[in-house]
Design a binder for this molecule. Structure first.
Ligand SMILES: [Zn+2]
Length: 372
């Protein structure tokens, strides 16, 4: 993910924003939500708190506190902002029973999750737990600062068919924005990996690493509590953003994302899912089915359009997004490219460069006929 685009990652689920319907089959067992600086208990010793996200479309992120004998383990931290730091001070004063935060685990590097980790780590001298991919990526982006958008980033978007005006907007937004959205990311971390079982508050929690939304997104599952902390990997109302960015221009994040669902197959159907956005819900497998169908529908729409004529990435956007996306062009194009790369991987479409150097995607059958 590019630095410039990564800074928008806080907005990412919102850009897709395609509320996948059929909500009736999910159940939301809790009435109400905690207000700013308030908490709600999900299970004994597992608290839900919400922090505002200053981005339209996301509104709030859910954070989780798990009580231990000597303190609390915190899952995700909130966006860097003085308003959130004040809310945190209230939570610490009123809801932590006088005990400190002893460990901080961030599911992934996006700033609404990692933003205040450095500040909290300093405040409590609490180690940061993350997967290697997420810590490294966040640390790298936070350190990457330069005044101008690098030429290879511009070239990436030119290949996608961005107009001069759209390229000018990317340049105007500048580079190095991720570092403004996070407090300094700790130089050292404690690694968590797929399959690790960690003891938190007297219960075992298994780490499930998902891909596609971010490099190595950590989810936590406790069989004893029948809880899944799903981060952004599985959300109840919106489809998490899955995008291709200049740092890895040939990436196949949608393939990775869809493949990751297999890791949740053995979880109980009645597990309570604690997502990073939206309300706690029951119906994990129903929701995964809805997300799979959502992407399949969009993939089929792309294939049908490409059967008619070749498209650049920019030309595919009206097929995928009904919302006004002009302020989120890099996110929308990244999402479209993720779908196109998945279709290329499946052999359903092919890619060519136009004489002007822009990628054109066309249906495999059409291309084969033209070759005959
Ligand atoms: Zn995220």
């Amino acid at each position: 993910m590019s630095d410039a685009s990564a800074s928008e990652s806080k907005a990412v689920p919102g850009i897709d924003g395609t509320a996948v319907s059929d909500q009736g089959s999910l159940t939301y067992p809790f009435d109400g939500r905690p207000g700013d600086g308030e908490v709600m208990e999900m299970r004994p010793g597992v608290l839900w708190l919400r922090m505002p996200v200053p981005i339209p479309g996301l509104d709030y992120i859910n954070l989780w506190l798990i009580e231990e004998d000597d303190g609390w383990m915190l899952i995700d931290t909130g966006f860097k902002s003085s308003k959130l730091q004040k809310i945190w001070d209230e939570v610490v004063e009123h809801h932590l029973k006088g005990k400190p935060i002893t460990r901080i685990l961030c599911t992934h590097f996006h700033p609404d999750h990692l933003g205040l980790a450095g500040w909290l780590q300093q405040k409590f001298d609490a180690p940061l737990w993350m997967t290697l991919g997420e810590w490294t990526f966040g640390r790298m982006l936070a350190l990457e600062e330069q005044p101008d958008v690098p030429q290879e980033v511009i070239a990436f978007y030119e290949r996608l068919g961005f107009s001069e005006e759209q390229i000018a907007a990317i340049k105007a937004r500048g580079y190095g924005n991720f570092s403004k959205a996070v407090t300094p990311i700790p130089r050292h971390f404690h690694r968590i990996s797929e399959g690790d079982v960690i003891r938190i508050g007297g219960h075992d929690w298994r780490i499930i690493v998902g891909c596609g939304h971010s490099p190595e997104h950590a989810c936590l599952f406790s069989a004893e509590l029948n809880l899944l902390i799903s981060g952004d990997q599985v959300l109840p109302r919106i489809s998490p953003h899955i995008g291709v960015y200049p740092g890895e221009p040939e990436a196949r994040p949608l393939t990775q994302y869809l493949d990751s669902f297999a890791k949740f197959a053995d979880l109980p159907g009645d597990v309570l899912v604690l997502p990073a956005h939206g309300d706690p819900f029951v119906g994990l497998h129903v929701r995964i089915g809805m997300l799979q169908r959502h992407h399949e529908t969009r993939l089929d729409a792309l294939v049908a359009a490409l059967r008619q004529r070749p498209h650049t990435v920019i030309e595919t956007l009206p097929l995928l997004f009904r919302r006004d996306i002009k302020d989120h062009m890099t996110l929308a194009a990244g999402e479209a490219l993720a779908h196109l790369h998945h279709l290329m991987h499946q052999g359903r479409i092919v890619r060519r460069r136009s004489p002007a150097g822009v990628f054109e995607f066309s249906h495999s059958d059409t291309e084969a006929q033209a070759a005959q």
